[in-house]
Design a protein around this ligand. Sequence first.
Ligand SMILES: [Mn+2]
Length: 365
Amino acid sequence: MRAVIEKVKLPTEGRIIAISDVHANLPYLRGLLDKLRLQDEDTLVFCGDLMEKGGYSLETLRYVMRLSQERRVLAVQGNCDCWQNSIYRATGRSDMYTKQYLLSNGAGWGPGLLAQMCGEIGFGISESMDMNEFRREISAAFGPEFDFLEALPHVILTDHYVFVHGGIPKGRPEEWDSWDCMKNDDFLGQGRSFNRWIIVGHWPVVLYGGDTVCANPIIERERKIISIDGGCVLKDDGQLNALIIPHNGSEDFAFEHYDRFPVRTVKTAQAGSEKSAYIRWGDNLVRILERGEEFSRCMHIRTGYVLDILTKYLYGESGDVRCNDCTDYVLPLEPGDRVSVVEETSRSCLVKHNGVTGWYGGELL
Ligand SMILES: [Mn+2]
């Protein structure tokens, strides 16, 4: 399907605030919006993936629909949002995929939009469900929701900024495919640069890190790309980011973030580790050398790096397993530093300091 590109003239007044990858975490979205203290003249831009993975897809969608009636809201479709295609443009293949997804009950995540819709109208999900009947009943009951999604463009083009979920495909805009705008993986890693600011989500920013990672937005000034997905829902230490543009045309970017980790104060100083590794999704195959109840000594298969990983972060069948994103990085910290505590363990705490995740072995106030 051809990408829908919407040209928008942003107002001169007010901030432009971009949020992406809420992933059905309505409590985080509400928390972030509270922190932002929205003014009437502000413009909110959702950069896609409002839904799926977290537990509140339908509630998040309806919340954003309501918000867009009350204030200036722009939004683009993400690859986890475009369910109207499976309803309005269904094919035998998409029906098969939709059914599989419904039967998988969110594929290990929370129930998705369509499953929630089925639940709300009491439509039974089963191997024998009739997909024509499913589409008929769901589209009859949720017309406003699908119409809202259907009306969302894939790219919002303004004088100074472009908002898109994954990234800008190569080639001429008239030839861009919508899927390549939404599911454009590793956009920052493609080495491209632009004349206007391209603001994207989709690829959690921690995936761009090295041996240490930071969940705050990445602003590439030379190449004019801003990547803002803080890993909300997808990462144990994830956060929901908002990029704040103080006014149209400004490059004086700021950001706000929201998570629910308790904030504590560092009591004793600690030096940072010189060597560390960050094991991330897509490259997370490890061998368990010694399984423990709380931590397991593991070797990262590709690099041979040995580190202790929280046992609850390991998953997969026996033998070589995979792990949630993790690190052995010890943060350099000073007394008085404020940190967010992600995990408390018998050894030390996994914390975030200014968006950077690492361990702290001292005392917290
Ligand atoms: Mn995405």
